[in-house]
Write a protein that binds this ligand. Structure first.
Ligand code: PMM
Length: 292
């Protein structure tokens, strides 16, 4: 595998097989996200949903104010902040661990001030040159996701010869950029970015390639929930169309398998079944290490 760098595990946060995979519950405060857009746009509805996600088993609530579905047009910075900051403030004040799903350093900074404990940047620091320096200065945990272009045009970039290797190399480049900005190794979580400039076949290959991506030496987050490629696995009972909500069972199956495969976390909309799935994986892993 040329170019794919494996980081020495001694300097990286390690995750033993019995630690439980983290569940990130998705809270999109957007009018237009593909599966939950428009449901939680009022502050009260969004906060109530965030608390409900924790009750269902979310370890972290991932709050986003900008849709990244294929073809989505960007919102401006002020509008994104207006959507997410009050929600993050209220949830953090209620004791919820919140991450902010944003590509903008200014929004991330306001979110950290409002109590967020993690920054989830789907562009891996590519969209805003101020993001990695902010992560370094704040010493906050960050998710660097594999990303090639903004959602409006990303489908044109779904071109790979060997998707797992190429995503690994491109993630390693983001790690290098993060290190150059002063980000600490133990702050970094990597994410292959399922659905972002990826075809269905690419997404399946990346899931199959989880062990290769783990060899990069960083915790891995997997975001398959409700994505279009899962429609293949859904029996529509004879109906032609499916909706994103029909993909929750398949999403939970991916959560279980990702957890069993050593993922640090899964990002899901339907938290309760995914929380059960990762706990099942954790029980099996624990039994396997000491039950004989
Ligand atoms: N997917 C979406 C949004 N944010 N963040 C990470 N780290 N990984 C993902 O796969 C990811 C993400 C798009 O899904 P949504 O519109 O349902 O939130």
């Amino acid at each position: 595998m040329t170019g794919l760098r494996v980081v020495e595990s001694a300097t990286q946060p390690t995750r033993t097989s019995v630690e439980r995979c983290q569940v990130l519950g998705v809270l999109n405060v957007t009018p237009d996200s593909f599966s939950d857009g428009g449901r939680f746009v009022s502050l009260a509805a969004a906060v109530a949903r965030g608390i409900e996600l924790v009750r269902q088993g979310a370890d972290i609530v991932d709050v986003g104010g900008e849709s990244t579905r294929p073809g989505a047009v960007r919102v401006d910075e002020a509008e994104e902040a207006r959507r997410v900051i009050p929600v993050i403030h209220a949830l953090s004040a209620a004791g919820v661990r919140v991450s902010v799903d944003t590509m903008r350093a200014s929004v991330a900074e306001q979110a950290l001030d409002a109590g967020a404990v993690m920054v989830n940047d789907v562009s891996g620091g590519l969209a805003d040159p101020a993001m990695l320096p902010l992560i370094a200065a704040s010493r906050t945990r960050c998710v660097l996701m594999h990303w090639r272009a903004h959602s409006e045009v990303m489908d044109a970039f779904a071109d790979y010869h060997a998707v797992v290797d190429e995503v690994g190399v491109e993630l390693s480049m983001r790690v290098d950029a993060a290190f150059a900005a002063g980000v600490r190794a133990d702050s970094i979580v990597l994410d292959p970015g399922l659905g972002f400039a990826k075809s269905a076949a690419h997404n399946w290959s990346l899931l199959a390639g989880l062990p290769v991506l783990r060899d990069l030496g960083f915790p891995l987050l997997i975001g398959a929930s409700r994505k279009r490629f899962l429609a293949d696995c859904v029996d529509h009972g004879g109906l032609a169309a499916d909706s994103p909500l029909d993909r929750d069972d398949a999403s939970s199956a991916v959560a279980a398998l990702a957890a069993a495969g050593g993922a640090w976390g899964v990002r899901v909309h339907a938290v309760a079944p995914a929380a059960a799935a990762v706990r099942v994986a954790s029980r099996i892993a624990a039994a396997g290490t000491g039950g004989r």
